[in-house]
Design a protein around this ligand. Structure first.
Ligand code: PEP
Ligand code: MG
Length: 939
């Protein structure tokens, strides 16, 4: 006979029918209630109707499976037995709550009914049991009101409609001459119940159901029905919760925290969810119901006070806290009620937490031997590390600012962290204001190389234009600055030194006014907001804190050491200054994956020499400019080699998109003309002749060195001379020279030949030999698809996924900020491809390039140095694709280290799951063979 399907799971007493890993069937709430019973915690008895019933209900025109009724009645009997009360009994009535409970928590989205089972007869039983008529009638009127709203549909449809029950309550208070609900007497509340029922009859044409069983089925139907209410549908969509999951329904005995001074209610976390401290954290109120705590009508007391107010109860609760953590091996969020001195657990689930707390708790739990290092690593989202590394806003202050309308715009979250300061509209102003001791936010339409000093002086950078890999974004990240880019709503007016904001006529910001930016969320907030510096930075970077005095640093350090012991991918950094390189080393970088030599000419007078080189008309002029640059470059490389102490240093030959480097303003043109000893007009004409319609696809990368070999010659000389000089100081050096924007192997050959020729010359001159590599960036689709040819010559590849994304999508990286956010909003693209690698498109080229490259050079070293190298999902992709290293900005090095370790662990899980799946059919067929053999033998 076929076994009847089980739709109802009882919990209560000492044993439940469900358990924690049955969330899909029982929902999160039901599964955890069952689990709490199983581990011996006091839970008011009840039962869970499974999510399968919900699915059935929607598939079958709001009907239930035929077995359901009997199973509910059976479970209800068990509940009655457990609680020593009877549903609908006039003397000793059992009251229940009916609540939803989906697999994932959907707070407040679905319906709940409390105190179910009350009618004019059972309320008398409740009065007798509690000896508290006011409490009994208050429970009754709350029940009728909730039931009327939720089950009978009297709930107002929007905020403009009045809740009919609230109107009746207001009238009652008015007629009794009182202000507060709590001032209404038992008789007043009794009258309210009748008035509520009359209103229900008037609105629906039906009497309020007095039969508790009818009430129960009505409530169950309403909760299942609320799975499809508009709020729930929208919430599911936003949180990727599939509709087919359905909700479970939990019917549970009521316990009351408002039955006098020996009763109460509370919510708590087993550790502090904000700081991660291992302390009991929560609030409680005596003589109150849960909603009083949540609604903020009365101020609850911190849980620590319970230790003084009722030590026995506190001890019991604290013991439960320990049991829960030991069992779940995580921080739990609990709800409890004390009814006349007895403690009951109403809910527990894994608690939400800040990134900071997540890290501290995971590391502490490894030390407490609750979880393994691997579990700790898998529990922390790499970007949560930002909360240990970057300055952050005080969350309360920020919340207040947002609530008071100070959040004025949102851009791209281009450089994480929080910064607050006075608006400076030019780099020069930023520098001056910073010199005067002000904290500054540099606000520009977009940034250019001249802004570098201002960017350095500022706490944060805000731009109206540009995408995630625009100049502002990548320079800011490399410097470790907070940055919000591409904030199109800002209308920046340089002429009258002001900013207005689209859609906010009430906002007008002048230079010098305070502004705050959150580079982790892209938010721009009016006015000043306090920021908190990070201890890890104080230890590692500013060296103003002793690691011994910083438990936070120790936590960070343990986590990083564990990650390093697991990861396979190496992590390098993108740095072009010795200080950036040494920051990166402090963060654990194992080399430089990209030194952008053109960045070395930002600021001071160096940009002038680059400009002279760009506008030179003859080889002689260019060589003269290059000879100014040679010593500067050599010195810079020496600085970097010294800091990197034998770690590999990938130096890229010049790749300056001309529009970034040419002078724009009259003043800049004049200065350059003077330096060159030519007229403004002559220079202007030259600049105009260099104008390009698509500079990002124009005269940049190796094209520059192909046309002007003397540039590559100078750079190769500077690198090799610097390497030998530093080697002579006794420091190991490992230069890797990288040719950018190669599309054809012939371009590479030309450049490689120059590099090798000059290297030989220098080594001969200096009488010293050094090992060095010559490789290329793969940042054009053609390079990826002809990677086998290129690898016949190139000794290493580094994927420049900024340009590779730009050229694969045909999407300008500087202008994408204008419409990409909309693409993401409308789900045309799942994410900004300049932020996280487009695995299906750009990623395919990376895979293909790696495979092809290694097909002709099996030991080819392959890395990535686009901005994706510090983004966790992209790092995981690089691990799976078999790259040797990722390279990212210094402050993202720890994030990449953690992401690389998680990649290994996730890969292990996938492999185990896959091998399990693969093993299954085998086991089945083995079983079948056995069964067949048995059949044969019985024959
Ligand atoms: C790239 O294109 O990914 C890259 C690293 O080079 P750049 O950002 O300097 O063009
Ligand atoms: Mg590039």
């Amino acid at each position: 006979m076929a076994k009847t399907q089980k739709y109802v799971y009882f919990f209560g007493g000492k044993k439940a029918e469900g358990k924690a890993d049955m969330k899909a069937l029982l929902g999160g709430k039901g599964a955890n209630l069952a689990e709490m019973v199983n581990i011996g915690l006091p839970v008011p008895a009840g039962f869970t109707i499974t999510t399968e019933v919900c699915t059935y209900y929607y598939k079958n025109n709001h009907k239930y499976p035929k077995e359901l009724k009997a199973q509910v009645l059976n479970a209800l009997k068990k509940v009655e037995k457990e609680m020593g009360a009877v549903f609908g009994d006039p003397k000793n009535p059992l009251l229940v709550s009916v609540r939803s409970g989906a697999r994932a928590s959907m707070p407040g989205m679905m319906d709940t009914i409390l105190n179910l089972g009350l009618n004019d007869v059972t309320v008398q039983g409740l009065i007798e049991k509690t000896n508290n008529p006011r409490f009994a009638y208050d429970s009754y009127r709350r029940f009728v009101q909730m039931y009327g709203d939720v089950v009978l549909g009297l709930k107002p449809k929007d905020k403009h409609e009045h809740d009919p029950f609230e109107v009746i309550i207001e009238n009652k208070k008015h007629s009794k001459g009182v202000k507060l609900d709590t001032e209404l007497t038992a008789d007043d509340l009794k009258e309210l119940v009748q008035e509520f029922k009359t209103a229900i009859k008037e609105k629906t044409g039906h009497d309020f159901p007095d039969d508790p069983m009818e009430q129960l089925w009505g409530a169950i139907g309403a909760v299942f029905g609320s799975w499809m209410n508009e709020r729930a549908i929208v919430y599911r969509k936003l949180n990727n919760i599939p509709e087919w999951w359905g909700t479970a329904v939990n019917v549970q005995s009521m316990v009351f925290g408002n039955m006098g001074e020996d009763s109460g209610t509370g919510v708590a976390f087993t550790r502090d969810p904000a700081t991660g401290e291992n302390v009991f954290y929560g609030e409680y109120l005596f003589n109150a119901q849960g909603e009083d705590v949540v609604a903020g009508i009365r101020t609850p007391h911190p849980i620590s006070e319970l230790a003084k107010e009722n030590p026995a109860l506190y001890k019991q609760l604290d013991n439960i806290r320990k049991i829960l953590e030991k069992h779940y091996k995580d921080m739990m969020d609990i709800e409890f009620t004390i009814q006349q001195g007895k403690l009951w657990m109403l809910q527990c689930r894994v608690g939400k937490r800040t990134g900071f707390a997540a890290i501290k708790m995971a590391v502490d739990m490894v030390k407490e031997r609750l979880i393994s290092k691997e579990e700790a690593i898998l529990r922390i989202e790499p970007n949560q590390l930002n909360q240990l590394l970057r300055p952050i806003f005080d969350s309360e202050e920020k919340k207040k600012a947002v609530e008071s309308g100070r959040l004025i715009a949102k851009g791209l979250n281009a450089g994480p962290g929080a910064a607050s300061g006075k608006v400076a509209l030019s780099a020069q102003d930023a520098e001056e204001m910073a010199k005067n001791g002000d904290k500054v936010i540099l606000v520009r339409i977009e940034t250019s190389p001249e802004d570098i000093k201002g960017m350095n002086a500022a706490e944060g950078i805000l731009t109206a234009r540009g995408g995630m890999t625009s100049h502002a974004a990548l320079v800011a990240r490399q410097m470790g600055k907070v940055c919000v880019a591409g904030c199109g709503a800002l209308k920046i007016n340089y002429a009258d030194r002001s900013i207005s904001v689209e859609g906010r006529d009430d906002v007008y910001i002048k230079e010098g006014d305070y502004i705050s930016i959150d580079g982790s969320t892209g938010e721009v907030i009016l006015g000043k907001l306090e920021t908190k510096p990070s201890e890890v930075i104080q230890v590692l970077i500013t060296k103003t804190l002793d690691p011994k005095d910083s438990p936070t640093f120790q936590t960070y350090n343990s986590l990083m050491n564990w990650a390093d012991s697991i990861r396979r991918l190496k992590v390098r950094t993108n740095a072009d200054q010795p200080d950036q390189a040494s920051n990166a080393i402090a963060f654990g970088a194992e080399g430089i994956g990209l030194c952008r030599t053109e960045h070395m000419f930002f600021g001071e007078n160096r940009i002038m020499s680059v400009r002279k080189m760009i506008v030179a008309d003859t080889v002689e002029e260019r060589k003269a400019a290059l000879s100014e640059l040679l010593p500067l470059q050599r010195e810079d490389f020496e600085g970097i080699f010294r800091v990197m102490k034998g770690y590999p240093v990938t130096i890229r030959t010049l790749d300056p998109p001309l529009h970034e480097f040419l002078p724009h303003t009259e003043k800049e043109i004049n200065e350059l003309a003077q330096a060159l000893g030519i007229s403004y007009q002559t220079l202007k004409a030259k600049i105009d002749s260099l104008h390009e319609f698509n500079p990002m696809l124009g005269f940049r990368g190796c094209r520059l060195g192909v046309l002007y070999p003397e540039i590559t010659e100078m750079q190769a000389r500077a690198i090799i001379e610097a390497a030998i000089n530093v080697m002579n100081e006794g420091v190991k050096v490992k230069p890797e020279i990288m040719i950018p924007l190669v599309g054809h192997v012939n371009e590479f050959k030309l450049q490689e030949d120059i590099v090798r020729r000059v290297a030989d010359e220098v080594m001969k001159e200096k009488g010293k030999k050094i090992d060095y590599l010559v490789g290329t960036m793969i940042e054009l689709p053609r390079a990826a698809v002809t990677a086998d040819e290129i690898a016949t010559r190139a000794e290493f590849f580094s994927f420049g996924t900024n340009d590779l994304t730009q050229t694969t999508f045909g999407l300008s990286r500087d202008d994408a900020g204008k419409f990409l956010p909309l693409y993401v909003q409308q789900e045309i693209l799942p994410a900004d491809p300049f932020e996280t690698i487009d695995q299906q498109g750009v990623g395919k080229l990376v895979e293909m390039g790696t495979k092809l490259g290694r097909s002709s050079r099996p030991n080819l070293k392959v890395g990535i140095c686009g901005e994706h190298g510090g983004e966790p999902a992209s790092v995981e992709f690089c691990h799976r694709t078999g790259l040797d290293y990722v390279s990212c900005s210094p402050f993202r090095v720890p994030i990449a280290r953690l992401a690389a370790a998680r990649a290994v662990l996730n890969e292990r899980t996938t492999k185990t799951t896959k091998s399990k799946v693969a093993a299954k059919p085998k086991a089945k067929s083995a079983g079948k063979t056995k069964a067949k053999a048995k059949k044969k033998s019985t024959k």
